[in-house]
Write a protein that binds this ligand. Structure first.
Ligand SMILES: Cc1ncc(COP(=O)(O)O)c(C=O)c1O
Length: 401
């Protein structure tokens, strides 16, 4: 197929040219004496992305699932009580991991399209007089349903009740795209991966851990080896890793962090909100609805769009791919067939979003869904036009204009 289309699945996301160039580097010696001059500032700057002074960052050659496993096995012991909620494929898989690790999970089932049920968490925490719940889990952005939950509200709840449980956040599809504040929200363990907001290929699990969780680590008896914090702490302090690091990915991560900090995290979040809002306007104009049940759950990184009764969202995504080379996200598990997803995170701008909206319209219309041609594109276009700011051109010549 001539030309090339960006992808609009909610991760992996598009890898910007600057990062691709950084990834294309010669093999290097992971024990070179000058490596710490590269790794120590990288670990320090990553803390700025998590918005923490006191937390510690760990980088694993894994995906987000590995970072989940590292988070849980390093800080908990088998039998420990974990409070979690299930409202999509990823919150479901996190619970599954906890159960397979032998934790005692209080598993709150929530309707898909809603997020973390703070009121139900409150009931469990209030009933926990002996303070046996050790961990409270929040999937900040449920990628399967396009639902964002309120991490700060869970922190307030724990504080109001004086409950000492640690707060764990799955930020795989939110960190570096949606507002996240490790220190301010008192998050103890934040989990992320390289292939979403960090705009890299899959291959790194990135964790940020509070001092409280590092203390808990000393008592935690879950079996672990590859992911053990202790080995990383010992090696990272001098700027090295306990085993062969994924150096190319780390070189890419350096540029990713530079790009995020150059744009400014608040600007990154505002850009994601604006991109998402354009998509939401399009969904309204199509006469369709999101899986997210209320605006308070709306995700700025992924929109899960319900297809009308009698149609299959996965077939729409398949047709978009086969006919137009457009990659949309499919419905997973319980919502398979009921929706398709547009990922709008990472290295994206409004013209790229208009492409996916146009392609989605074409595919839905080809499939027989009654959508007025151009209606979603027009609605998004109007929103983007009305909220546009002058672009900052990257070309050196731009400075002279
Ligand atoms: C919210 C969330 N958590 C966890 C994961 C698992 O991450 P990975 O596929 O990188 O292992 C994903 C993957 O998409 C995700 O979206």
């Amino acid at each position: 197929m001539p030309g090339s289309n960006p992808i609009f699945i909610p991760g992996p996301t598009n890898v910007p040219h600057r990062i691709r160039q950084a990834l294309d580097c010669p093999m290097e010696d992971q024990r070179a004496p000058d490596l710490p001059a590269f790794t120590l500032p990288l670990l320090a700057d990553l803390k700025r992305v998590f918005k923490t002074d006191s937390g510690q960052v760990f980088i694993y050659p894994s995906s987000g699932t590995g970072a989940w496993e590292a988070a849980m096995t390093n800080t908990l012991s088998p039998g420990d009580k974990v409070l979690a909620s299930r409202f999509g494929q990823f919150s479901h898989l996190w619970i599954d991991l906890c159960q397979r690790q032998g934790f005692d999970v209080i598993d709150v089932d929530v309707e898909w399209g809603e997020g973390v049920p703070v009121e139900i968490y409150a009931e469990h925490l209030m009933a926990d007089k002996a303070q046996e719940i050790k961990a409270v889990l929040v999937c900040q952005n449920e990628t399967a349903t396009g639902v964002t939950s309120d991490v700060a509200a869970v922190r307030r709840l724990l504080d109001d009740l004086g409950h000492p449980a640690m707060l764990y956040v799955d930020g795989v599809s939110s960190i570096a795209s949606i507002d996240f504040r490790m220190d301010e929200w008192g998050v103890d363990v934040a989990v992320s991966g390289s292939q979403k907001g960090f705009m890299l290929p899959a291959g790194l699990g990135i964790l940020c851990v509070s001092q409280k969780a590092l203390e808990a680590h000393k008592q935690a008896t879950s079996r672990r080896c590859y992911f053990d914090f202790a080995d990383h702490i010992k090696a990272n302090v001098d700027g090295f890793f306990p085993y062969t690091p994924a150096m190319h990915m780390l070189r890419g991560l350096r540029v990713s962090v530079d790009m995020l900090l150059e744009e400014g995290l608040e600007n990154v979040f505002a850009r994601h909100h604006r991109m998402a809002e354009g998509v939401r306007r399009a969904v309204d104009a199509w006469g369709l609805r999101l899986c997210a049940k209320e605006p308070k759950w709306h995700s700025d990184t992924v929109s899960a769009i319900m297809v009308p009764e009698g149609f299959d969202g996965n077939e729409v995504a398949k047709l978009a791919y086969l006919r137009y080379g457009l990659s949309l996200g499919v419905g997973l598990s319980k919502v398979q067939g009921k929706l398709f997803r547009i990922g709008h995170l990472g290295d994206l701008n409004e013209l790229m979003l208009l492409t996916v909206l146009a392609g989605s319209e074409m595919a839905m219309r080809d499939f027989g869904i009654e959508i007025e041609a151009g209606s979603g594109v027009a609605a998004a276009e109007e929103y983007y036009r009305g909220t546009a700011k002058p672009v900052e051109l990257n070309a050196p010549a731009a400075a002279a204009v």
